[in-house]
Design a protein around this ligand. Structure first.
Ligand SMILES: *Cc1c(COP(=O)(O)O)cnc(C)c1O
Length: 291
């Protein structure tokens, strides 16, 4: 697994009377997929002769943590990752991204509520902030934008709009910078003001920001919502594609409920991977609601 091929297909899809295209970034690679593969691609293909260790922090089931563990393994770096809290249940029954990261040799440190140490890139240490909220992400996201532009050139007409759900907003922001088509997104972590401030942290010119569409209701990230679970199940059975269960049901719901915004444009939805994170979320959903 030392070569990662990008250039994923764009396919026709249909859901809830809405026709759209889907960019299959979930297919990049089983272990290094989706937008984290794009965001960390810079660190995969460039030379870092001094780096021996990657450090980061975030939640104990984050997709970014798992992807960084894959990156560190491929590069032969140590990987040290700080979490505010890890339950004793998870420690005794590792699964999902947490288990995968451990299997890749990650040293996951439970801060047990104590303040996080000061982390920075220094000497032989490379520091990547939570969720890959970094300027360097533009390197891999430009390649995503180029693939989309090339594909659109081969279609009849160029009336296209892009939609993708956001966490830190890094992917949506850089995508808009490199695409001549409008990029729409919605906030899945925090609210629209949070997302706007995240955009501003990477790009001060608001004219270059993606457009934020309002979600149908206010969702708290990582919490269980029966309507999102049912939507995810229906998506799976009707499109035969496994979507991420944290971001995609909110994204698809927002896209479809805002169909008027897209008018007669063709919409490309970006599937941003993250399927390893589904394991723990699905267990929680099944325990609560059954199949
Ligand atoms: C990380 C992640 C996102 C959010 O990406 P941002 O660049 O932080 O907005 C969306 N979907 C999936 C599946 C992810 O893993």
């Amino acid at each position: 697994m030392n070569q990662i091929k990008l250039n994923t297909p764009i396919q026709k899809s249909h859901f809830c009377d809405f026709d759209f295209y889907i960019k299959r970034d979930d297919l990049i690679n089983e272990d290094f997929s989706g937008n984290k593969a794009r965001k960390f691609y810079y660190y995969l293909v460039n030379d870092f002769p001094n780096v021996k260790k990657l450090v980061s922090y975030g939640s104990n089931q984050s997709n970014a943590m798992y992807s960084m563990s894959v990156l560190a393994k491929m590069r032969g770096w140590e990987f040290e990752y700080y979490c505010d809290h890890i339950s004793s249940y998870l420690k005794e029954n590792p699964n999902g991204n947490y288990k995968g990261a451990l299997e890749n040799g990650a040293n996951i440190i439970d801060l047990q509520g104590l303040p996080r140490p000061f982390l920075e890139t220094k000497d032989d240490i490379l520091y990547i902030p939570e969720g890959g909220y970094i300027q360097e992400a533009n390197f891999g996201i430009k390649l995503l934008a180029d693939e989309i532009t090339e594909w659109i050139k081969l279609q009849n007409g160029n009336n296209f709009k892009i939609f993708l759900p956001s966490g830190t907003g890094t992917t949506a922001l850089f995508l808009q910078q490199y695409l001549n088509y409008p990029v729409y997104t919605c906030a899945c972590v925090g609210d629209e003001d949070y997302l706007r401030s995240e955009f501003l942290g990477l790009e001060s010119d608001e004219k270059l920001h993606p457009k934020i569409l309002k979600t149908t209701k206010k969702y708290h990230f990582g919490k269980l919502y029966k309507n999102l679970y049912l939507l995810w199940l229906e998506l799976h059975s009707k499109t035969m594609i496994e979507y991420d269960i944290l971001y995609d049901p909110i994204g698809i719901e927002t896209m479809i409920n805002n169909r008027d915004v897209f008018g007669d444009s063709n919409v490309i939805y970006i599937h941003q991977g993250g399927l390893k994170g589904n394991i723990t979320m699905l267990e929680r959903y099944r325990r609560k609601y059954g199949h």
